[in-house]
Design a protein around this ligand. Structure first.
Ligand code: ADP
Length: 160
């Protein structure tokens, strides 16, 4: 049984994330979408809100779970008895940082593999931060965010 961990901020989950989640769920026995608590980032949504959004959008995918963690990703991966980390790649600009992280994680634990999944073409420009920026300025985000959470995201963007 192969369990893969898909870590990220998911602030909030976008259709780009959801695409990677669905494709990972077809590839691995179990996928845990794990929200990383990054003390260097100030999120728009709390951990609880981000967990709730993720749970709503993975509804119907029986082998996907949602969780959160703090501390080192490799420690969390071991705790879950997993060996695979999934990362999405959108553009060459993602590559350098992800390459460095993957090598650092391998140095920390050589049993853990980082596997990269290419973005789908139609989401290659999409990040949570870009979506929030556009939404705050009144641009249409309907195709960028899953329908199940769109009203809540729009409400928050209007209030900031
Ligand atoms: P962001 O705030 O940039 O959307 P996250 O930290 O939530 O990023 O991203 C978590 C993971 O999802 C990362 O591996 C990131 O590369 C990947 N990801 C984010 N958006 C997309 C997308 N549109 N297509 C593919 N992968 C993505």
């Amino acid at each position: 049984m192969i369990t893969a961990i898909y870590p990220g901020s998911f602030d909030p989950v976008t259709n780009g994330h959801l695409d990677i989640i669905k494709r990972s769920a077809k590839t691995f026995d179990k996928v845990i979408v794990a929200i990383a608590q990054n003390p260097n980032k100030t999120p728009m949504f709390t951990i609880e809100e981000r967990m709730d959004f993720l749970k709503r959008v993975i509804n119907g995918l029986p082998n996907v779970e949602v969780d959160h963690f703090d501390g080192l990703l490799v420690d969390y991966v071991k705790e879950k008895d997993a060996h695979v980390i999934i990362k999405g790649l959108r553009a060459i600009s993602d590559f350098e940082y992800e390459f460095q992280m993957a090598l650092m994680n391998r140095k920390l634990d050589s049993d853990i593999e980082t596997l990269f999944m290419m973005t789908s073409y139609k989401y290659s420009f999409l990040s949570s931060s870009m979506m929030k920026e556009v939404g705050k300025l009144g641009g249409c985000i309907a195709e960028l965010v899953p329908d199940a959470i769109l009203p809540d995201v729009l409400k928050r963007l209007k209030s900031v």
